[in-house]
Design a protein around this ligand. Structure first.
Ligand code: FAD
Length: 411
């Protein structure tokens, strides 16, 4: 259905052309609203495409009760959003755009191999065009002007004030600035009294002050099938040793715990278990077989498949004299302390914690201080691990805000 501009249908402005904004635009247009998307960059969906460069993880196949727990701090709210637009809905949505999906071994949901993220975005934009959604790229929202929105055409520098029936702000977090998510919107919201929580890196690497010898010898190397612990939290996966510290899913998942530990005073200690599939007794049983004269490095490689870079890592972070007894060595191999000096910079983070404080929005995700203005996506103060939870969180809050807008404009 294409809505003619003079149809009398309510007009809604969506500011920010990321997944949260574009899904809301689609839902609103499908429900009969006239929709204009204002996007500061020359193209929409830049971070969505960046997400596609790694494993493009659209959502996750976990059941709702487990899924909602990934948004630990706002569990009840996220349960509602996920019920309204679930992981299954997301898959159906992709399929309706001609993009098949599959569940990987980890439960993560990906587009099928033949479908690239750019194809999904192209098909989505074509759908929005068919629905009559007006896309105004290079149009930056500058803030509020009375009841209206100040919009600057970045190409001409011309400023206008528009007065839609309702507005959705979906301006993203504050990482990967080159994609357009620069977090500069906080000033405009603070100007009307909206409280924001400072942005913090989430799902990011950690810094370890390796010796020059270690950096040169190890460089960038993976440690597969390990477990990493911070406090009482343990995460399995693959760790990447880099010249500045650590990357990889287990570190990303531990970012909130690491942040907390670092706030108490750096360094924060991560405990690395290099053999999480073996019990302590099994490990000791293998270690006692070491013959006198056999170097530790070659023994670890042969008996435990702990070849390079493990021996170098043991010397780097282990005690000056490595243990000689099997139980002591087993303990070290399963509790290797990695001293984290800090988190990597905000701009490198996959996502950001912080943003609009929750008490500022009502149950429809409308700003209490600005009736008619709704918010969705990463600009709200939530965080979740990688694994499809980020995009799903953005889609679900976008859909939920669109629902609130519809109720308001059709009242
Ligand atoms: C490297 C990387 C890999 C990722 N991989 C995954 C993954 O596999 N799975 C997953 O679930 N998530 C992944 N993510 C996270 C996911 O991409 C983001 O959480 C998601 O894109 C956020 O959506 P959003 O709509 O809230 O904001 P964004 O996608 O950030 O979009 C916000 C938009 O608002 C625009 N904007 C900002 N200010 C203004 C303004 N003043 N006026 C007009 N427009 C403005 C921006 O230009 C931008 O286009 C990844 C992220 C990164 C960086």
């Amino acid at each position: 259905m294409q809505i003619p501009p003079d149809s009398g249908a309510p007009w809604v402005a969506v500011v920010g052309g990321g997944p949260a904004g574009l899904l809301a635009a689609q839902h609103l247009a499908e429900a009969g609203c006239r929709v204009t998307v204002y996007e500061a960059q020359a193209t929409v969906g830049r971070k969505f495409l960046v997400a596609g460069h790694g494993g493009f993880n659209l959502t996750n196949s976990e059941p709702l009760e487990v899924f909602a727990n990934r948004y630990a701090v706002r569990r009840p709210e996220f349960t509602r959003y996920l019920q309204h637009f679930s992981a299954a809905d997301l898959r159906t949505w992709a399929e309706q755009l001609g993009i098949g999906t599959f569940v990987g071994t980890s439960g993560r949901v990906f587009p099928t191999d033949e479908h690239k993220p750019a194809q999904l975005l192209r098909a989505w934009l074509a759908r929005l065009q068919t629905l009559g959604v007006a896309l105004k790229t290079r149009h930056r929202w500058l803030g509020f002007a009375g009841e209206g929105l100040r919009i600057r055409d970045e190409a001409t520098g011309q400023e206008t004030v528009v007065r839609p029936a309702a507005t959705l702000l979906a301006l993203g977090g504050a990482s990967w600035i080159k994609t357009g998510s620069d977090g500069s919107w906080t000033a405009a919201l603070q100007a009307i009294g909206v409280e924001t929580v400072p942005f913090m890196p989430s799902n990011c690497g950690a810094e370890v002050a390796w010796s020059a010898f270690f950096r040169e010898k190890v460089g960038r190397q993976p440690l597969k099938n390990i477990a990493l612990q911070c406090g009482s939290l343990v995460v399995r996966g693959e760790l990447m040793l880099t010249d500045y510290g650590l990357e990889g899913t287990p570190v990303y998942a531990l970012t909130p715990a690491l942040r907390e530990a670092l706030a108490a005073g750096p360094p924060a200690t991560l405990l690395l278990n290099l053999k999480p599939d073996l019990t302590e007794a099994q490990l000791i049983e293998k270690l006692v077989r070491r013959r006198a004269g056999k170097s530790l490095a070659s023994f670890l490689g042969e008996a435990l498949k702990l070849g390079p870079p493990t021996p170098t890592l043991l010397r780097e972070v282990g005690p000056p004299q490595l243990p000689t007894t099997a139980p002591e060595l087993a303990y070290l191999l399963t509790h290797l302390p990695l001293p984290v000096a800090g988190l990597r910079p905000l701009d490198e983070a996959i996502s950001t914690a912080g943003g609009i404080a929750w008490p500022e929005v009502n149950e429809h995700l409308m700003l209490r201080r600005r009736p008619g203005v709704f918010v969705a996506g990463e600009m709200l103060d939530w965080e979740a691990p990688t694994g499809g939870y980020l995009l799903q969180g953005c889609f679900s809050t976008g859909a939920w805000a669109a629902r609130g807008i519809l109720q308001r404009v059709t009242e």
